[in-house]
Design a protein. Structure first.
Length: 620
């Protein structure tokens, strides 16, 4: 299959709902081996476009043409299953018992290979019981089964709608690697910017009813998009200057015009249309300065919680500091949301308690979302909470202004809730939380289904927020922007406090793994006496002389000193890691220890490498 062979060709596609035009006369194509990310604001037609491409919805005009015999696999945002089907059955059958897009295995060997692939993928997605009925699975688990199903199918074109939703961080990293291997062709919608950067080679942006193509990853798209906006803004500015000149000419010219005058008149109306266009500007940063919170925030006093044999917390103590911005990460099922719900008083601990300060006003964004009155208008829902928020310094933010910051146009603010997309409902829920003017924001998976522009607005708000923040999220980019340290949840109620953002945590894990492995590898490689190793041929060849010389006295002394130093550094590293996880250090001590740890690891890597060099010295 040639790399540039179009698998999908879209020409002149238009779709509208009444007076609302989602996109007009858009065209693009996807070649074999391309990995394409689709970016757009909530409510502008991303999911509708995917539905048209898969034949689930019609268009007003245009064509969608696939190459002959192309198999297409689609991951929907809300997949549906037969509730009585087992997990394994659901991977090979759609709702109602019909066959999935994959061709049924024809031989016993094919069947075994297909089942093995299914088990491997499901295991990576933390789905263990293949005989479990689908009705017993949570919504997130069902989304993961749907993802497994489309990956098992191995179609020619993968169309994925928010594939990282309901995946923990380990699953997302695995999926990045899975999709990045081989010659897979895919089109996906996702808000995960690291995922876009590492997986996609082409970005399609749906904006202002048209589509723009950027042949690069997300970082390339950001650069070129800004250039496009700047160029468009300059073009509109030039049109406005020329428009004023032409408008004066139109006013001076008599009604009876010749041929050339009529041509100029027609050009004037085209110029007028361009001059009246606007490039949508980002609002100024939404800064809340009128937030007071006392010195006492909350104290988690030796809290324990378990569900049967599953331990979530065990005698956990933590004293939350003023202005702290904490991220909570960990695999699904390790208790992140349960911890939040205990803090909010929605779930009671088995033992221990949360002691919350009197000045704390929580703003809680729950993962489950919020139910709205479908017949109520967007602006009315927010104004029912408050007419305005006091931003400090004599500034007030009205409900209308807050909604505009989160990209609700004046027209959309007067829409009824039932007209909103899933992402727009999440944005509205977020606005209702912020409109209460809290001084402590608790956000449980706030990034799901939000568009990238909204995420940028929220990131800026949280960076400037003068209160406290706790964020539970699998969005690595978002966490890196917002939090200053992490609580890392793992199985068995094991919780560690890491002083840094998510990327720093992953780097620390990698360094720790390498540092732990280097001395052990070196000791294994140098376990045999030098005289014995000298007698052994390399790569099975016959020895022609001794393969290893003896170390000099100076080198042996250096090697002994290195071994002693490695032991000292490993002991210091272990002590610092335990102190950082204890939750008892002051801010100054945390800062000092967090600075020392990477220095220590660099030194450990350097002397471990020298130890290896000495252990492997050979004659030429």
């Amino acid at each position: 299959m040639a790399k540039d062979t179009p698998i999908l060709d879209v020409q002149g596609l238009t779709k509208s709902f009444g007076a609302l035009v989602l996109f007009r006369n858009i065209s693009f194509s996807i070649a074999a081996g391309q990995r394409v990310g689709l970016i757009a604001r909530n409510g502008t037609g991303k999911s509708t476009l995917l539905s048209i491409l898969t034949g689930h919805e019609g268009c007003d005009s245009g064509s969608v043409v696939y190459r002959n015999d192309v198999k297409v696999g689609m991951l929907e945002q809300s997949p549906q299953f037969d509730p009585d089907a087992t997990v394994l059955d659901a991977c090979f059958r759609t709702k109602g018992g019909t066959k999935a897009a994959t061709k049924a295995p024809e031989t016993e060997t094919d069947m075994q290979e297909t089942l093995l692939r299914a088990k491997q993928i499901l295991t990576q997605l933390k789905i263990g019981d293949l005989r479990q009925p689908m009705r017993q699975l949570s919504g997130g688990q069902q989304k993961r089964v749907a993802l497994a199903r489309v990956l098992i199918e191995e179609p020619d074109l993968l169309i994925l709608d928010e594939p990282t939703n309901h995946l923990d961080l380990d699953m997302i990293v695995w999926l990045e690697g899975f999709l990045g291997r081989g010659r897979k062709t895919l089109l996906m919608v996702t808000h995960d910017r690291y995922f876009l950067d590492r997986v996609c080679s082409v970005i399609l942006e749906l904006d202002d009813q048209t589509i723009y193509t950027y042949r690069g990853n997300y970082s390339y798209y950001l650069e070129k998009r800004q250039q496009r906006i700047d160029n468009r803004r300059a073009e509109i500015a030039r049109a406005n200057n020329l428009y004023r000149t032409e408008l004066e000419w139109m006013r001076r010219m008599p009604q009876a015009r010749g041929h050339k005058a009529r041509y100029r008149e027609e050009a004037f109306y085209e110029l007028e249309q361009l001059a009246r266009q606007r490039v949508q500007e980002r609002q100024l940063r939404l800064k809340s300065r009128n937030v007071y919170i006392g010195s006492k925030i909350f104290e988690c006093q030796y809290v324990s919680k378990s569900f049967g044999d599953k331990v979530i917390l065990k005698d956990f103590y933590y004293n939350f500091s003023r202005y702290e911005k904490m991220g909570i990460v960990g695999n699904n099922g390790t208790g992140k949301s349960t911890f939040i719900k205990m803090l909010m008083g929605q779930v009671q601990p088995d033992s221990g308690r949360f002691d919350v300060g009197e000045t704390v006003r929580f703003g809680y964004f729950a993962q489950e979302g919020l139910r709205f009155n479908e017949q109520q208008k967007v602006i009315d829902i927010v104004q029912d909470i408050a007419e305005y928020v006091d931003m400090g310094g004599g500034r007030h933010l009205t409900a209308t202004q807050l909604l505009q910051h989160f990209l609700f146009t004046p027209e959309q603010q007067h829409n009824y809730v039932y007209k909103l997309s899933g992402g727009e409902r999440r944005k509205l829920y977020l606005c209702t939380v912020l409109m209460r003017n809290p001084n402590f924001l608790v956000l449980d998976e706030p990034t799901n289904d939000l568009d990238i522009v909204t995420l940028q607005t929220l990131e800026e708000y949280l960076q400037d927020f003068a209160g406290c923040v706790i964020v539970v999220s699998h969005d690595r980019y978002f966490m890196d922007k917002v939090v200053d340290h992490l609580l890392v949840f793992s199985d068995g109620g094991n919780i560690k406090d890491f002083p840094g953002n998510y990327t720093q945590y992953r780097e620390w894990l990698a360094l720790k793994t390498n540092a732990d492995a280097a001395p052990a590898t070196a000791k294994r490689s140098g376990a045999q006496p030098a005289s014995r190793m000298a007698d052994q041929p390399a790569n099975g060849a016959r020895p022609v002389s001794n393969a290893r010389r003896r170390l000099s006295f100076k080198e042996r002394r250096e090697m002994a000193e290195l071994e002693q130093r490695i032991e000292q550094l490993e002991a210091e590293q272990k002590l610092i890691e335990e102190q950082l996880c204890s939750g008892t250090l002051s801010v100054a001590e945390l800062t000092e220890k967090s600075r020392r740890l990477p220095q220590l690891k660099d030194e450990l890597d350097e002397i471990s490498m020298r130890w290896l060099e000495l252990s492997e010295i050979e004659t030429s």
